[in-house]
Design a protein around this ligand. Structure first.
Ligand code: F3S
Length: 299
């Protein structure tokens, strides 16, 4: 019987399409403009935000802090319609890096309202994407964080959309809860595929691991969701960087899984992988080589 320790990386983890696109758009703008800001941190990852800062791209918290003549990058979560209108009316160059899937959700919500549906959003009311989404129905939407928040009332026509990073499971629960209370439901599955795929990969890996390390910003909804999914199956630790790893976690563990949120850069994943490797190296580590690192070989 082998006493080796397996370390596996979830098949799909790390930067999603929308985040990669936003970072690329920001990086491309860096050499051609010297007065660039993002409206809010570009992604929910402090290390990436620092990296952009080193390229001269800082962030501001609100539109009124953007100096005249600046280039402003709209991050993948998007902004409210009012904010976009305000920015367009000013002397600013706008780089709109709103993820196309997020824009599509805005469009769907707008259409539902136009068609006369009461709009319900599954999501975190404080999340910038949800705040922006609500603005596209002029604030006229109910936001629920889970099925248990479904209001005690009936609807003639209810339209339901979701924040792109919610879990399919929660969306299903909400719809099941809504059915007895509605004459008609128009449901649009706005959960992003990247989210689905990452959640599924995490679930599959968590099922065969006795320890899961979930990497990503503490305020990243999609990373927190991965940690919740994993935690239902096995011991799980949510970390932002390799420095938070506690070697005691690895005692008696045989199968260690790693997954990362859609806003976690590859270099942090590799760093975590290497620190795990160092920690378990003395304990009959199974052969691991360069092919095990993200982007080379995936589990
Ligand atoms: Fe876009 Fe999906 Fe990422 S909505 S920002 S590709 S998680």
């Amino acid at each position: 019987m082998s006493s080796g320790i397996e370390v596996r990386l979830a098949r799909n983890s790390g930067f999603c399409f929308g985040v990669k696109r936003a970072i690329n758009m920001a990086m491309k703008s860096a050499p051609v403009s010297d007065n660039i800001v993002t409206l809010g941190p570009i992604i929910h990852n402090p290390q990436m935000v620092e990296k952009l800062k080193s390229h001269g791209i800082d962030y501001v918290d609100s539109a009124d802090q953007i100096p005249s003549g600046a280039t402003v990058i709209i991050r993948s979560h998007g902004v409210t319609r009012q904010t976009m209108e305000e920015l367009r009316s000013r002397d600013l160059r706008i780089i709109d890096a709103t993820c196309p899937y997020v824009s599509k959700t805005f469009h769907h919500a707008e259409e539902l309202k136009k068609q006369g549906f009461a709009v319900m959003i599954l999501g975190d009311a404080k999340h910038p994407e949800v705040i922006a989404l609500k603005s596209y129905v002029n604030g006229d939407a109910e936001i629920v964080a889970s099925a248990s928040e479904f209001p005690e009332r009936t609807y003639r026509r209810l339209g339901i959309v979701s924040q792109t990073t919610q879990s399919v499971e929660k969306f299903q629960e909400l719809v099941c809860r809504a059915i007895p209370n509605c004459d008609e439901i128009h449901l649009i599955n706005t959960i992003c595929n990247a989210t689905n795929i990452r959640q599924d990969s995490t679930l599959q890996l968590a099922k065969k691991s006795d320890l899961m390390i979930v990497i990503g910003g503490r305020n990243s909804s999609n990373t927190k969701m991965l940690a919740r999914i994993s935690d239902r199956w096995t011991e799980t630790h949510h970390i932002e960087t390799a420095q938070e790893i506690d070697p005691a976690w690895f005692a008696k563990k045989k199968n260690i899984g790693i997954t990362a949120g859609a806003s976690t850069p590859d270099w942090i994943i590799i760093d975590v992988y290497n620190v795990i490797k160092e920690n378990i190296g003395a304990r009959d580590l199974k052969a691991m080589n360069v092919e095990d690192i993200p982007g080379y070989k995936e589990e």
